[in-house]
Design a protein around this ligand. Structure first.
Ligand SMILES: Nc1ncnc2c1ncn2[C@@H]1O[C@H](COP(=O)(O)OP(=O)(O)OP(=O)(O)O)[C@@H](O)[C@H]1O
Ligand SMILES: [Mg+2]
Length: 157
């Protein structure tokens, strides 16, 4: 795995970074968003949705209670939040599995550590860590061979 760390000094900057990243994304792709409560995972997903075609004016809400929401962007983006889940059977009952493996979509997963299975090997991992009140370290981890993330991620600053 390769890693790139960026710093964001406001939620607006985090959203802007994600918005830029969105323009490079192609389905199918899973983005795993890891980090403590309030780190900025949903903020990052908001930027992604707003950066996709047909997503500019969409308001993204945390799917913590709904568990998953899908946005009519192009490509479609599924936003899955596994905070309340730790049982593979429940995941299956809720149809979450079919969202996670939708080959036509971008799939953002908050609390990916709660997923009992394995996410796809080419998953882009995003670890967000609070540094100061409005400062976040955003670390991207990825398999280098699959896609040239390094070039793309350096354009986000
Ligand atoms: N640089 C920053 N990047 C992102 N969010 C920031 C930043 N600075 C401050 N914030 C604030 O931190 C909060 C992040 O909330 P958000 O819902 O995105 O977190 P989360 O990681 O999804 O939490 P949860 O695990 O509860 O779903 C927001 O209130 C946001 O305004
Ligand atoms: Mg969230």
């Amino acid at each position: 795995m390769k890693s790139i760390k960026l710093t964001s000094n406001s939620s607006t900057i985090t959203k802007r970074m994600a918005q830029k990243l969105a323009t490079y994304l192609q389905a199918p792709l899973t983005l795993a968003l890891d980090g403590d409560l309030g780190a900025g995972k949903t903020t990052f997903v908001t930027g992604l949705v707003n950066g996709l075609k047909n997503g500019r004016n969409i308001r993204v809400q945390s799917p913590t209670f709904a568990l998953a929401r899908s946005y009519p962007t192009e490509p479609v983006l599924h936003h899955v939040d596994l905070y309340r889940i730790n049982d593979a059977v429940i995941l299956d009952d809720l149809g979450i599995e079919s969202l996670l493996f939708d080959s036509l979509a971008l799939v953002c997963v908050e609390w990916p550590g709660q997923y009992p299975g394995a996410l796809p090997p080419n998953t882009l991992w995003i670890f967000i860590k609070a540094k100061e009140k409005n400062q976040r370290e955003i670390e991207f981890q990825f398999e280098d061979s699959v896609f040239d993330w390094t070039t793309i991620l350096k354009k986000l600053i």
